[in-house]
Write a new protein. Structure first.
Lengths: 112, 119
C-alpha cells in the first residue's frame, strides 16, 4: 500500500491564483481530512469527510473547498490564494474514529 | 473547547537516557489519544494509539499511558537514541462533530515537544 499520497510536494502561487492540492489513499478509508500546520498554531482542521459525497467544515474552512466523489480521493481547492494561506498542508485518513489516523507527506505552499 | 497541552516544549538529553513526554487535555470525552512523531520537513508518523478504555500501549522502546479521568497521557521512551530526535505530538480524538449523520472525531493536537538526543 502507498498509504496517503499528496501532490504537489511544493508550490508557489501568486495572490489571487487558484489551485488544487491532491490527496489520495489506497486503504479504503472512509474518513479523510485536511489540516494546515503553521508555526505557533499547531495543526488545524480545514475540512473533513466521513465518506464519498459527505464533507463538512473544520476549524478554518474559509478560502478552501473540498469534494469527495470517490472513497480514494479528497482534493482541496484554494479558490483565490492569499498570503495568509502560506502553510504546510497535510491530508489524513482513517478507517473510523477508533483506528489510527494516517498522514500524507504534506504540501508546502507559498503564496506571494 | 478541547485544549491539548504538551510539556516540555523542548527537551535535550544524552543518548541512553530514559525520558517522559507529557500531554494533558481539558475534556475527557474522547474516543482515543494518539502519539505522533514528526521529523523536520516531513509528515506525521503514528507511534501509538490508546483507546479511551485502555490504560497503556507499548511498541518497542515506547510506552504510552492514558489517564482519561485526569486528562493526562505520557509517552515514555526507553534508552533514547539520536535517531529518536524529532518533534513528538499528541492528539486526542474527542467525541463530536457530525456530518451526514455520522459522528466524526476531530483530532485536536498539542503544540508538540521537540526532542534532541545527543550522542
Amino acid at each position: 500500500n502507498a498509504g496517503v499520497t499528496q501532490t504537489p510536494k511544493f508550490q508557489v502561487l501568486k495572490t489571487g491564483q487558484s489551485m488544487t492540492l491532491q490527496c489520495a489513499q489506497d486503504m479504503n478509508h472512509e474518513y479523510m481530512s485536511w489540516y494546515r500546520q503553521d508555526p505557533g498554531m499547531g495543526l488545524r482542521l480545514i475540512h473533513y469527510s466521513v465518506g464519498a459525497g459527505i464533507t463538512d467544515q473544520g476549524e478554518v474552512p474559509n478560502g478552501y473547498n473540498v469534494s469527495r466523489s470517490t472513497t480514494e480521493d479528497f482534493p482541496l481547492r484554494l479558490l483565490s490564494a492569499a498570503p495568509s494561506q502560506t502553510s504546510v498542508y497535510f491530508c489524513a485518513s482513517s478507517e473510523d474514529n477508533f483506528k489510527t489516523q494516517y498522514f500524507g507527506p504534506g504540501t508546502r505552499l507559498l503564496v506571494l | 473547547k478541547q485544549e491539548v497541552t504538551q510539556i516540555p516544549a523542548a527537551l535535550s538529553v544524552p543518548e541512553g537516557e530514559n525520558l517522559v513526554l507529557n500531554c494533558s487535555f481539558t475534556d475527557s470525552a474522547i474516543y482515543n489519544l494518539q502519539w505522533f512523531r514528526q521529523d523536520p520537513g516531513k509528515g506525521l508518523t503514528s507511534l501509538l494509539l490508546i483507546q479511551s478504555s485502555q490504560r497503556e500501549q507499548t511498541s518497542g522502546r515506547l510506552n504510552a499511558s492514558l489517564d482519561k479521568s485526569s486528562g493526562r497521557s505520557t509517552l515514555y521512551i526507553a534508552a533514547s537514541q539520536p535517531g529518536d530526535s524529532a518533534t513528538y505530538l499528541c492528539a486526542v480524538r474527542p467525541e463530536g462533530l457530525y456530518a451526514g449523520g455520522t459522528s466524526y472525531g476531530k483530532l485536536t493536537f498539542g503544540q508538540g515537544t521537540i526532542l534532541t538526543v545527543h550522542p
